[in-house]
Each structure stands twice: as C-alpha cells, then as structure tokens.
Design a protein around this ligand. Structure first.
Ligand SMILES: [Cu+2]
Length: 147
C-alpha cells in the first residue's frame, strides 16, 4: 500500500485543482509586426497590409498545432485590452466584425479600402478558437494617414 500512496496523492491533487479554461501558450520571443508599414505612415488607398510573425507559425483557424495561430487585424478601435471589455478580452474569442478582421485561412496580408484620414491598426494573433495566446502575441497600435 505504501508504494501506491504518492500516486493516490497526485490523483487527489488533480481532483482538487480548479477547472481552468484551456489556454494556448505562446513561446518566449514570439512576435507579430507590420511588414513595411510604420506608425505615422502616409499612404494611399487601397492599402496592402502585410503581417509578419516570428517565433511561431501560421495555421488556419480551428487547427490545433502547438506554437501556431492566425492573424487578426484591429481597425480603428482602442488598443487591444483597453477597449470596452478591458483586459478581459485577452481571455475571450476575438469578435468578428469590420473592426476585428480574422484571417482564419492563414492569410498573411490584406488589401484594405480606407477613406482619407487617420486610421489605427493593430495585429493580434489568435489560437485555433480565436482567443489570444498566453502571453498574447500582438503588435503595438499604429496610426496611418490615408491621403
Ligand atoms: Cu480568428
């Protein structure tokens, strides 16, 4: 019986652990970035936005493979984590609307028609279920001006 004790303790410990939502970890150093588009850039519409990713791979939505994700582009909203839902949005599926564009087929660029004026852009990588990784892999928000 003595030899079974440690295993039994382990089972008890796992039963006592709280049930946590599944988180998708990101590896250290993973980053997304805009390729060839800098904060303050003055551009003309349509604007081609290219998504850079280092330290991870791109996989389509619903594809569960370690250290992968798909791109999301946030257009004209508060910086991620500072909007309506605050920091809670780091734990939620990214909404799917004009402000939150999903590239669930694994696309790495998009061409946007934008009216003249200032626009903000931010990239956030999402896991198979469109939830940001832990820690989140996202760019800073940039502001571009469309002439
Ligand atoms: Cu998505």
């Amino acid at each position: 019986m003595k030899r079974l004790a440690p295993a039994f303790a382990l089972i008890l410990a796992s039963l006592a652990a709280p049930v946590l939502a599944q988180e998708t970890p990101s590896p250290e150093g993973a980053a997304v970035y805009f390729i060839g588009l800098e904060d303050g850039a003055v551009v003309s519409s349509p604007v081609t936005v290219r998504f850079g990713l280092t330290g991870m791979g791109v996989a389509p939505a619903e594809t569960v493979v370690e250290n992968t994700g798909h791109h999301h582009l946030l257009v004209n909203r508060a910086p991620f984590g500072e909007g309506e839902f605050g920091a809670e949005e780091f734990t939620l599926a990214i909404p799917n609307d004009d402000t939150h564009r999903h590239f669930g087929k694994g696309q790495t660029e998009v061409t946007l028609e934008l009216p003249p004026g200032e626009h903000t852009l931010q990239m956030v990588l999402g896991d198979a279920g469109h939830v940001p990784h832990v820690p989140p892999v996202m760019s800073g928000q940039i502001t571009i001006t469309v002439e």
